[in-house]
Structure formats: C-alpha cells, structure tokens
Design a binder for this molecule. Structure first.
Ligand SMILES: Cc1ncc(COP(=O)(O)O)c(C=O)c1O
Length: 357
C-alpha cells in the first residue's frame, strides 16, 4: 500500500501553447486579435489602486454581476460569475452532474468536458456527430438516451458549426429531469443565444465568456445565466469551494468591458468580416471546412495532411491548433486574427501548397 493509491489521478486538459516570442502569429487559442475596450485601460490606469490589493475582493463580485445584469437584462440573482468559463463550467459539472446516469456531449467537442467528468467521477457518454460534424439532437432526448445531464457547445468547438436554438430548446424540453448546459463561448460571432429560454426552463444554464469576443482571455472572466434556483445551487457549491474566485481587477475591468457596447460590436463585426474573407481564400487553396460562425475555421486540405501543415506553419512562426485524434487529425483549427495576420497565413499556405502539391 502506498499513498499513491489514494491520489485522485486524472489525465489533464492540454491547453494551446502560449509562446514567449511576440513575433509568433498566434492563431491557436481563439483569442481576440484586438485589445480590450478603451474603458478597460482607463480603469486600469486611473481607478485601480495597488494598495487596495491587501483587501479581499468582493465575494459576490457585485460590480461585475451588476454590469452583466444591466447589459443582458437578467436579474442579478440569475447570474453566476467565475474565473473564465472554464471555472464556471467546472462548478456547473460539480453542482449539477451528480447522477449514476451518464452526462451526454458530442464525441467531437471542447475537450475539457470529459476531463471534468473524470475529475468529478461522473459517468459520461460521447454521442457521435454526423459525417458533416453536425449534432444529431434526438440522441440527446432522455427517452432515447437516459442521462444525468447534457452539455452542448453552440457554436460547437472545434468545428465552429452553429446549431439553431430551436433544436437546443427541444433537447431541454426532452430533458426536464436533468440540467442542460449550453456553452456559448463563441456565440457573439454570428450565433443566436439560448439566453431567452432561461425564462421558460428552470433546467437550462447558458455559459459565456470574456475570453473571445470581449478580448480579455488573460483576465479570466466567465459567466452563466439560469433560473434563480439553479444559480443558488451553483453559488452554494462555489462558496463551499472558494469564496473569492474573482479578483479585484477582474471585477472592475470586466464591468468596464461590458459597458462599452459599441466597441464590442465593432470588434466582433471586424472578426466576422475577416472570417468570411478568409473562408473564400482557403477554399481557393483547396481547403474544405464546416460552415463556421465562431472566431475560428476548422479546415482540412484536399492533398496535404493536417500534421504536415501544422508543422510547416509552426516552423514558419504561425501557430494553429491540431489534434491527432480520431476523425479530426486532418484538420487545423485556425483562429481568426487581424487582417494582416491572416494575409501572412494565406501567403504562406499559398507558397507551401504550390511547392508541395
Ligand atoms: C467551447 C469552449 N468553452 C469554454 C472555453 C473556456 O474559455 P475561458 O475559460 O477562457 O472562458 C473555451 C476555450 O477555448 C471553449 O472553446
């Protein structure tokens, strides 16, 4: 008997690389290529006082919750905030997925879901996407697959496909005895949120993040909307885990980011425009991809393997994401950067494909 037998062993999630070299064109972790809203800088430079850091932060993160409440027109007691949506999702797994029946999610989706399920010892079942990487929604109905909860990313990652909210609603309707989580990390790039449905269904949790469309991945802010009861259960777990999840800068700077709606809409619009332009250029180079409504494109080349292209791009200082996993090993997930960055990507690919086809 060794102490190691009692260790909670897990296979951790592997995040995308964060290179030190600032010259790398970083299209590998779906960050925003633009800076946060100007109001964020103003608070950072003029309002945050370093001497205040000796005090604990507000355990309720009230300033941030209040800004979210005003912006999304959702009462404060229906909002939960956390350290990135990873923290929010992890708390939601811990709170709501506590059954002997499996939690359901697609076979190709955000690869943290099975890690949390393993960590919290929750059984799970991956339901296959179809050959076009689309979700087969009826598989998620409780009468077809009895379950202890459902989590769906919409748009789904890493494929980028946005599925109609009407399909999500049917999944909720067919699962009134379990919690349905909709992970909307990429919703602001052309999707439609399931948020209005929280009025109708007390078993729905909608999760979003500041990391993509609000250009604040490094501040680590995520949030969720749900019925009052659902949020209260999550708060109880959070306060049994760590009361002060949100630090002072995140609370203040997050609130400032939410308040600048014009800037938010502008950068989302720019990313969408660049994405649509890059889709055309990738097609011309022989790439195919599912229709993306996220800030990335999941693309495969007709002749050159995913592994080869990933390595060639990396050697050229252009980082994208690639998984040596079943069904997706030929694909690259390419984050939408600035127009200049995407020009360099396309120019490199053009030359490489020309030389190596
Ligand atoms: C689908 C999905 N959900 C959640 C996250 C977590 O984002 P964050 O913790 O930065 O909010 C990511 C990050 O890439 C993601 O792709």
């Amino acid at each position: 008997m060794s102490w190691e037998e009692n260790v909670r062993k897990v296979v951790p999630y592997v995040p995308g690389e964060q290179p030190k070299d600032k010259n790398i064109i970083k299209l590998n972790t779906n960050e925003c290529p633009y800076p946060p809203a100007p109001g964020v800088r103003d608070i950072l430079e003029n309002k945050l006082k370093y001497e205040d850091f000796r005090l604990y932060s507000d355990p309720e993160a009230h300033a941030l919750v209040n800004a979210l409440s005003k912006y999304y027109k959702v009462p404060e007691d229906q909002i939960f905030v956390g350290v990135g949506s990873d923290d929010v999702l992890s708390m939601a797994f811990l709170t709501f997925f506590n059954s002997d029946k499996p939690v359901l999610f697609p076979d190709i989706t955000y690869s943290f879901y099975d890690v949390w399920a393993d960590l919290y010892r929750v059984p799970y079942k991956r339901l296959p996407l179809d050959d076009d990487f689309k979700i087969h929604f009826e598989d998620y109905y409780a009468e077809n697959t009895p379950n202890g909860g459902v989590i769906i990313a919409n748009p789904n990652a890493p494929v980028g496909i946005f599925e109609p909210v009407s399909e999500i609603e049917k999944v909720i309707e067919h699962n009134r005895d379990s919690i349905v989580i909709v992970d909307e990390a990429y919703i602001d790039f052309g999707g439609e949120s399931a948020l209005p449905l929280i009025e109708k269904y007390d078993n729905l949790l909608v999760v979003q993040t500041f990391s993509k469309s609000r250009a604040m991945a490094g501040m680590r802010i995520g949030y969720a909307f749900g019925s009052k009861k659902l949020i209260r259960y999550m708060q109880d777990v959070k306060f049994s885990f760590n009361s002060y999840t949100m630090n002072r800068p995140s609370i203040e700077l997050g609130a400032a980011a939410i308040e600048d709606d014009a800037y938010f809409k502008d950068i989302c619009g720019r990313i969408i425009k660049t994405r649509e332009r890059v889709k055309g250029e990738l097609k011309e180079l022989g790439f195919t991809f599912p229709e993306s409504r996220a800030n990335f494109i999941f693309a495969k080349h007709e002749k050159i393997s995913g592994d080869e292209l990933f390595n060639a791009l990396k050697a050229a200082g252009i980082y994208v994401r690639h998984w040596n996993a079943d069904r997706i090993s030929e694909y690259l997930r390419i984050t939408i950067g600035t127009d200049g960055e995407m020009d360099k990507l396309i120019a490199f690919l053009k030359e490489y494909i020309e030389k190596n086809k």
